[in-house]
Design a protein around this ligand. Structure first.
Ligand code: AHR
Length: 510
């Protein structure tokens, strides 16, 4: 009996494998007149005062031998401009609810020091403050997203920060700004009112935070986007409570945080991982589809015209820190696992562009799923960087909704959708289709009907590598870089594509 069962199980596995390898998945792109535009801010980033994100990352100081502009590394600015970084969130994260912005303005030698209680207990000398950050955003061509302190700050402190950054006329705060060398306001549009209010931002209940939010928002102008600290992953009650209790005209955006973590007590190595761990990470990453769908459905109840943005302002893979590094600094390497994680997640955001209008990968430099890593004067870009660059063609383009049933990635009796897709048409009528195959072993054959899209000639780019665990190191910085992809054929308006295991592909049709 047991033998029969085993045999049946093995036959079903073999059937699954050959099914995955031979079947062709048909994908339809639906051209809809009311399709949403993919907000460029979905491709946003996050820079916290954490580990080597700011100090030793973005900011080396203007006396450094590393080429810099007002202390900010030129190589990082160049790389992020090439990425078309649309916005940058700062100064946290958990750090934001301990940050008093007035500590970071005026002559650097007079700035007080504080202890960074969340991240390694290191001394923060406040040498990188409001002017440094906002001027850096101008250099990057990125919109700043400031995260205000609710946990240990005051209403007055946050409302004065808004005036300091944005007020054009004469006021005590604009006078102070001018005294510190900046005549014109920066006009910061995005303002977070606290961060993770359910946790490091003050351990508040949803009801309590909703009241706090209302109070803070009252003393901030209406012409900026005020963003509420949102739910932790699947805490739908948090979203419901905030949507119910905060008047819609006070709420520009509602945040959501979700990290792809296998187990908070045993996250696993960033590079040296097993297929069990890979599968578990991808399962957590793909949960984003359900999270975004369910949080959006709650928002729809209170905001049927979808005026309020869903802002996924922290997402990404989180593993154990690299051996030998400070546990409080969250430094990890970045492999092909991170590349497919990023590609799949961005496909989800694109496909939910009607509600998801901003997202911020955690984090930009030297922290968690970074796009850039530095080691003294050296700087490298990670596989995640390349995915974000390949995908930047979707920024500001109109979504082409996709319809299909994904083939399966089967592992030890569990299944995940292997392929994810998103597509868009830009203002020059150029079509882009991004495809990810997360299957660790099997390629997948896809057929996309592109008739009726008004494009004929396709080219492709692929990111993949020999092993899932491969990464770019300071010694071999270009091990994983995008390459020309030719494994497709246009058969009278039907694109037949073979997507290799663990790869990210972007097709361009003109
Ligand atoms: O990104 C690291 C931390 O993760 C952030 O500071 C916090 O908001 C989240 O818990």
């Amino acid at each position: 009996m047991k033998k029969t069962l085993l045999l049946a199980f093995l036959v079903s596995i073999c059937a699954d494998i050959s099914f995955a390898q031979n079947q062709i998945t048909a994908i339809t792109l639906v051209s809809k007149t009311d399709a949403p535009v993919i907000n460029k801010n979905i491709y946003g980033h996050f820079a916290e005062h954490l580990g080597r994100s700011i100090y030793g990352g973005f900011f080396v100081g203007d006396t450094s031998k590393i080429p810099n502009t007002n202390g900010v590394r030129n190589d990082i600015v160049k790389a992020l401009k090439e990425l078309k970084i649309p916005n940058l969130r700062w100064p946290g994260g958990c750090f934001a609810d301990t940050y008093h912005w007035k500590d970071g303005i005026g002559p650097k030698e007079n700035r007080p020091t504080i202890v960074n209680q969340w991240w390694g207990g290191v001394t923060e000398d406040n040498s990188f403050g409001t002017h440094d950050f906002l001027n850096m955003c101008e250099l990057l061509g990125a919109e700043p997203y400031l995260s205000g302190n609710v946990g240990s700050g005051t209403v007055q402190e946050l409302s004065e920060w808004v005036q300091y950054a944005n007020y054009k006329g004469k006021s005590p705060m604009s006078d102070l700004r001018k005294k510190n060398g900046r005549a014109e306001p920066w006009k910061v549009n995005f303002w977070g009112i606290g961060n993770e209010a359910w946790g490091c931002g003050g351990n508040m209940t949803a009801d309590y935070y909703a009241n706090e939010y209302r109070k803070y928002a009252t003393f901030m102008p209406n012409d900026i986007v005020r963003i509420a600290s949102g739910a932790n992953s699947d805490n739908y009650n948090w979203t419901e409570t905030l949507m119910k209790n905060i008047p819609a005209n006070m709420l520009g955006g509602l945040a959501l945080h979700h990290y792809s973590v296998i187990d908070w007590n045993k996250k696993g190595d960033g590079v040296d991982f097993t297929e069990d761990q890979y599968f578990a990470t991808m399962k957590e990453a793909l949960k984003m589809e359900e999270l975004v769908t369910k949080h959006s459905a709650i928002m729809d109840k209170y905001d049927p015209n979808k005026k309020i943005d869903l802002v996924v302002d922290e997402w990404g893979g989180w593993y154990d820190v690299e051996k030998g590094t400070n546990p409080g600094f969250l430094y990890q390497q970045n492999t092909m696992r991170d590349a497919v994680l990023a590609g799949s997640t961005l496909n989800i955001f694109n496909n939910h562009a009607d509600r998801v209008r901003m997202a911020n990968l955690a984090q930009c430099v030297n922290v968690l799923q970074a796009v850039i890593l530095t080691d003294k004067a050296k700087m490298i870009t990670t596989p995640t960087y390349h995915v974000m660059k390949m995908y930047n063609v979707h920024q500001g383009a109109t979504l082409l909704p996709v319809n299909f049933n994904s083939p399966r990635y089967t592992y030890k009796g569990e299944m995940l959708p292997a392929v994810s897709v998103s597509a868009s048409k830009d203002q020059n009528r150029v079509v882009h289709i991004s495809l990810v195959n997360i299957d660790s072993k099997n390629k997948n054959k896809i057929e996309i009907d592109v008739k009726g899209l008004g494009v004929k000639n396709f080219t492709g780019t692929i990111l993949t590598s020999a092993k899932l665990q491969d990464y770019n190191s300071f010694e071999v910085p270009n091990k994983i870089v995008p390459a020309v992809f030719k494994n497709f054929e246009n058969k009278s308006g039907k694109l037949e594509i073979t997507v290799p295991p663990f790869s990210v592909v972007v097709l361009e049709g003109k």
